[in-house]
Design a protein around this ligand. Structure first.
Ligand SMILES: C[S@@+](CC[C@H](N)C(=O)[O-])C[C@H]1O[C@@H](n2cnc3c(N)ncnc32)[C@H](O)[C@@H]1O
Length: 277
């Protein structure tokens, strides 16, 4: 699967000689200055083809069935808003293009508003997103997006760094989580992926919410097996949240991550790269 334009950049620590111990951070050619070679019209045509393929797939039918199951359990009629982080370079990367296709299918299906952010977007990608009716978030929220009260929000994080999900949970830590559905890497797979002691730092809020989460798995029947693998829907039903004491929500320290979290792009990293350039 092509992911052509990624490059590794080393973050420099001020006052330190190059001992090669500094973390390597995966960033792409930034949307400022560096552009992709694909023009907007070709990009849009490819995305609409991908959307069509998703719309007619068995996989998409399963997603809708599971989403409706989740909505029924939450007593909601539909999704009003979708927030999507970490789509990646959908003009160049086949996987991201199909993930974007799915986003557009869900947007149409629910007549939902869609807000999208990825710090690596090219300006052509931003234009395409806007042309296809998506709002582009203009600041790096680092996943800390506050849910709007009473609005059912689908949070779509396709193959995203777990820190984005963790930050989202931290920002909305409380019974209002019942107003969202998180469509992301499976929490139970995250739980199995690393020792608890490590996850406590990088994904403590995910770990803590797992007992109060209902995970709806989705059979990965899509033609390409590495585009929607390991993702699941997560809901926080009232009956699970009502057993939670206030003390549980009160433990609410802002997450801090170590510098070796290579996939998660922070505001700090972007500003340090700007200083270097
Ligand atoms: C593993 S890639 C997944 C890309 C694509 N969804 C896919 O599956 O091919 C993780 C994505 O998360 C994005 N990302 C990292 N930090 C982010 C942030 N602070 N906000 C939004 N997206 C972020 C990266 O730029 C990258 O596109």
């Amino acid at each position: 699967m092509p992911v052509d334009d990624f490059r590794f950049v080393k973050t420099k620590k001020r006052g330190k000689r190059n001992t090669d111990t500094s973390p390597k951070v995966l960033v792409t050619a930034s949307s400022e200055g560096h552009e992709c070679s694909i023009n907007k019209e070709i990009g849009i045509r490819r995305i609409l083809l991908a959307k069509e393929e998703v719309a007619t797939s068995e996989f998409y039918s399963t997603v809708l069935i599971k989403l409706n199951q989740g909505l029924n359990q939450l007593d909601f009629l539909g999704v009003k808003k979708v927030v999507c982080y970490g789509l990646g370079h959908f003009v160049e990367c086949v996987g991201a293009r199909y993930q974007f296709g799915l986003l557009l299918c869900l947007k149409d299906h629910f007549s939902a508003s869609v807000s999208v952010f990825d710090p690596v977007f090219y300006s052509t990608e931003i234009e395409i997103l806007r042309e296809l009716g998506c709002e582009v978030i203009t600041v790096n929220e680092e996943g800390k997006h506050k849910l709007s009260p009473e609005i059912v929000t689908l949070v779509y994080l396709p193959h995203c760094p777990k820190q984005l999900t963790n930050n989202f949970l931290w920002t909305n830590w409380g019974p209002e989580l019942k107003n969202c559905i998180i469509f992301s890497n499976s929490f139970s797979k995250i739980f199995e992926s690393q020792p608890k002691r490590i996850l406590n730092t990088s994904a403590g809020y995910i770990l803590n919410i797992i007992p109060h989460t209902k995970e709806l798995s989705i059979n990965n029947s899509f033609r390409y097996r590495d585009i929607f693998n390991d993702i699941a829907l997560h809901i926080f039903p009232q009956e699970k949240l009502s057993s939670v004491s206030q003390v549980f929500w009160n433990v609410h320290e802002e997450p801090k991550y170590t510098a070796d979290e290579t996939e998660f792009i922070t505001k700090k990293l972007i500003s340090s790269l700007k200083v270097e350039n």
